[in-house]
Design a protein around this ligand. Sequence first.
Ligand code: PLI
Length: 460
Amino acid sequence: MRPPTKRSWAEPFKIKMVEPLRMTTRAEREAALTEAGYNTFLLRSDDVYIDLLTDSGTSAMSDNQWAGMMLGDEAYAGSRNFYNLEAAMQQHYGYKYLVPTHQGRGAEHLLSTILIKPGDTVPGNMYFTTTRAHQERAGGAFVDIIIDEAHDPASLHPFKGNVDLGKLEAIIAKVGPKKIPYVSIAATVNMAGGQPISMANLRQVRELTKRHGIRLFLDATRAVENAWFVKQREPGYADKTLKQILLETCGYSDGCTMSGKKDLLVNIGGFLALNDWDVFEEARNLVVLFEGLHTYGGLAGRDLEAMARGIVEAVQEDHMRARIGQVEYVGEHLKALGIPIVQPVGGHAVFLDAKAFFPQLDQLQFPAQTLAAELYLDSGIRSMERGIVSAGRDSKGEHHRPKLELVRLTFPRRVYTQAHCDVTVESVNAVWENRQNVRGLKMVYEPKHLRFFQARFERL
Ligand code: PLI
C-alpha cells in the first residue's frame, strides 16, 4: 500500500451521547416549508434533518465543558466563573478588561452605543448583519473597505478578508479621522464566505489607523479559525501555535466584540473585551442596563464557565484541523461535481453561488432564498440565505444589491459525521441537476429590522 500523502481530518473525539433526528417525507417538507413562508429561519427544527443553518450556538460541548456547567457559581455578583472567564480571555486574547454579554450582538450594542455618534462613519471589511445594524442604530454609516476580490466568488486570493488600504485612506481623507470612531475588522469575514484576513494586512491597517489616531476594534467571533488560516497560508506562521497567532492578532486592536457561540463552543455567551479603561468603565456601567451586572452580563455562572473552558479547547490544533477539515471536505466534493461555490473554502461554511446556480433568476426573484428552499425540499437539509434578503435596505429604502448571492451550508462544530457530509453533497448535487426547472420567489412580508430572520415568501 502506498503511504497516504495527506492525512484525513478525522475527529479528535468520540461520541458519548446521541440526539435522534426525525426523517421526513417530501410531502411533509412541502407542507413545512409553505407554513414557514419559504424562509428556513421559520422552520421548526423538528422538521429539519441536517441543520446547516448556522454554526452559532449549535456546536457540541465537550465532557469537560459539561463538567464545568456543574461548577456554576450562581451568585448575583462576583461569581467565580466570571474570574475564570476573565483569566482565560486575558491569557488567550490578551486584552485587559472583560464585560460579559449574553451573545455577540450584546457586545456590539455596547460598543456602538459608547463610541459612535450620529454622523460618524465606521469602515469595515464587509458588513455583518447585526454589527452593521448596531452601528447604524447608533447613528453611524458603515463603509465597506474590503478588497475587491472578496466580492468575487471565483477569486482564489488566500486572504479575501483583507482590507484595501487605498479604500481606507480614501474614506479617512473624505470624512476626516475625527468622524471615524473606530475601524471594524472581522476575522474571519462571515459574509465573504468565512474568509481570513492576513496578519500582514491587519498590521498595516493598525499602522495606518494609528497614524490618524483612529481606534481599531476586532470582531473576534471566529478569530481562532482565522489563526488557523494564517498558520496554513502566511509565511512565517507555520511553526507558531494558534494561541500565539491569536494573541498577535488581538494585539493589533484596542478590543474586540465576541460571540462565544462560534469559536468558543458554547450554546450561549459573548463578551466585549477592552484595553482602554475609560471605554471599559462606560461599558461596565451600561451593561447593567441592557444585559445584567458586569460580572454576569446576562449569563448564568455555568455559561461563563463553559465559555472559559471553550476558549482553551478552541485553540487546540487537533480540534481546528478537524473542524476546518470537515468544511473543506464538503467544499472539495462539491467542486469536484462542478458545483459553483465560493473559493477558497472558508472556515465555518461552504457557500453556494446561487447566481451561478440559477442564471435564469433576477436578483429580486431571490436566487439564494430559492436555493435554500429547494435544498430543504430535496432532503430536509436546512441552510441559510446570504444574499439580497440578508443585505436589507439602505437609508433611502432601496434594496442593497450585494454582488454575492449565496447560500451558506454552515457546519456546527463536533456535531455531524462524514456520512452527513456525504448526504449533503448528494442533495446539493440533486438540486444542481434540476436547476433549469426552478422558478424564483416573491417576498410577501418584510419586517423592518434584519428582515432575513422573519420575511415570508411565495413561489412565483
Ligand atoms: O449571534 P451573536 O449575537 O452571538 O453574534 C453576532 C455576530 C457577530 N459577528 C459575526 C461575524 C457573526 O457571525 C455573528 C453571528 N453570526 C451568526 C448568528 C451566524 O449565523 O453567522
